[in-house]
Design a protein around this ligand. Structure first.
Ligand SMILES: *Cc1c(COP(=O)(O)O)cnc(C)c1O
Length: 431
């Protein structure tokens, strides 16, 4: 499979090159040059297939012959080492829980898949390391740290805003050691992101072979398609149209859902639910795409003012706004409404959501008014324990600590404090 840049100013590349580069040399996001529908037999028979078999069918055309079948199946098996249950919350409303992985965030799947692809491509070039450089507002860092831990041929450098991620999130990215380094930035997430972008453009760092592990990287983005297939497999027997609501920040997850639909998965409608960082909901109202600086909210993994994957969504619809609007709506919710939703969900059904899932639930409930015969699925993208500072006082409960989290709580934090790009560069050059 070849990938082209959405800036159209650079030659097409292979899957391998796209994964290693992350972003195209012309700063565009990579996009597959063709997308073929899967057989109807596959969908007719999906309930009899394992998650691994489903994932293999979904992703194989995007990898092509660049990873042999047996290796790709092995990568998928290592990626999908946990469950993806759909949990009934109300009549016709389900939570798709994506948080049962090692760091209890949905980003585990993309991080595990990408790290193993890179390791496969690097297996014969031990002296030729890649450096994964990533900025995190919270959850990406932990998932990337865990997903890449001990992976041969890859060093990982994670930038996070000092004091702006939760205690658990910070421990998940600062306590692992080995090939994982954490840089604590005196600033906000946007400062981290800006420094990372600058490093990618810095020719004097070319020898470090920097790549990203954000959802701009196709190997992080594409495996997120799997979730939608897994939910379909579990709920298919109900014989109802399906509406999915994704709590959205960089819009990678929902964009992967739209890819799944392109592959033939029968999804009736998508909702992108955001916090007050409402660039996309505003775009759907005004037709103007106006990125803004991000604002801090209680759903901090979605504090994104310029969602990087939105351009891929537009490409999936050939930039046809009317076709897009038929399949897709987007709503924004403030922290107060989100907090109230957390309470309501718990009071009405006993289900413990967290702020991101609650935003997804709100968007779903609103859209379901237009789909009375459908079932609605909102993605629960993190375990409530990751946001215990909010969930515990709001619901007045105490959450038991899952084993995945317990294992990092008593480990020592190791980070390097930096403030400027000069400091980042010096760090990269000396490591
Ligand atoms: C990253 C993240 C999101 C947003 O996902 P995107 O693919 O960036 O839209 C939502 N919830 C949680 C918990 C996350 O970590």
């Amino acid at each position: 499979m070849k990938y082209y840049s959405l800036n159209h100013n650079t030659p097409k590349v292979s899957f391998q090159e796209a994964v290693i580069q992350g972003l195209a040399p012309d700063k565009g996001l990579y996009f597959p040059e063709s997308i073929a529908k899967l057989d109807t037999d596959f969908f007719n028979n999906i309930e009899n297939l394992s998650n691994e078999a489903i994932a293999y069918e979904a992703i194989r055309q995007f990898v092509g012959d660049e990873i042999p079948e047996a290796n790709l199946k092995q990568i998928i098996a290592e990626t999908l080492c946990f469950e993806f249950p759909t949990v009934k919350v109300e009549n016709n409303i389900y939570a798709l829980e994506l948080y049962h992985g090692p760091t209890m965030a949905f980003k585990d799947v993309g991080a595990r898949f990408m790290s193993r692809c890179l390791a496969y491509f690097n297996q014969d070039k031990k002296d030729n390391k890649n450096t994964v450089l990533v900025a995190t507002s919270g959850d990406t860092g932990g998932a990337v740290a865990s997903g890449f831990l001990g992976v041969e041929g890859v060093d990982v450098v994670i930038l996070y805003p000092s004091g702006k991620v939760s205690d658990i999130q910070e421990r998940q990215l600062t306590t692992l050691g080995q090939n994982i380094k954490a840089l604590e930035v005196d600033g906000v997430f946007d400062d981290c992101q800006d420094m990372v972008k600058k490093a990618f453009l810095d020719e004097s760092l070319e020898y470090k072979k920097l790549t990203s592990a954000n959802s701009i990287n196709i190997a992080r983005w594409l495996p997120q398609m799997f979730y939608f297939f897994f939910a379909y497999k579990q709920l298919k027997s109900q014989n109802k149209p399906m509406v999915f609501s994704c709590p959205s920040g960089n819009f990678g997850n929902i964009c992967a859902g739209i890819m799944a639909k392109k592959l033939g998965l029968p999804i009736e409608h998508f909702v992108a639910a955001t916090n007050v960082n409402d660039t996309v909901p505003q775009f759907l109202v005004t037709g103007k795409y106006e990125p803004k600086p991000s604002k801090a909210t209680i759903s901090n993994a979605m504090d994104v003012g310029n969602p990087s994957n939105f351009i891929r969504i537009q490409e999936l619809y050939n930039n046809d706004l009317n076709a897009f609007k038929k399949d897709f709506t987007s709503f924004s919710y403030d922290d107060e409404t989100t907090t109230q939703a957390l309470k309501d969900i718990y009071k009405n059904s006993g289900y413990i959501a967290e702020p991101h899932g609650a935003v997804g639930y709100l968007g779903l409930k609103k859209e379901m008014q237009n789909h009375p015969d459908a079932i609605g699925i909102f993605l629960e993208t993190a375990h409530p324990i990751k946001f215990l500072d909010i969930v515990e006082p709001v619901l007045q409960i105490e959450l038991p600590i899952p084993t995945q989290i317990e294992s990092v709580l008593n480990k020592e934090k190791i980070s390097v404090k930096i403030k400027t790009y000069v400091a980042l560069k010096a760090f990269l050059q000396s490591s």
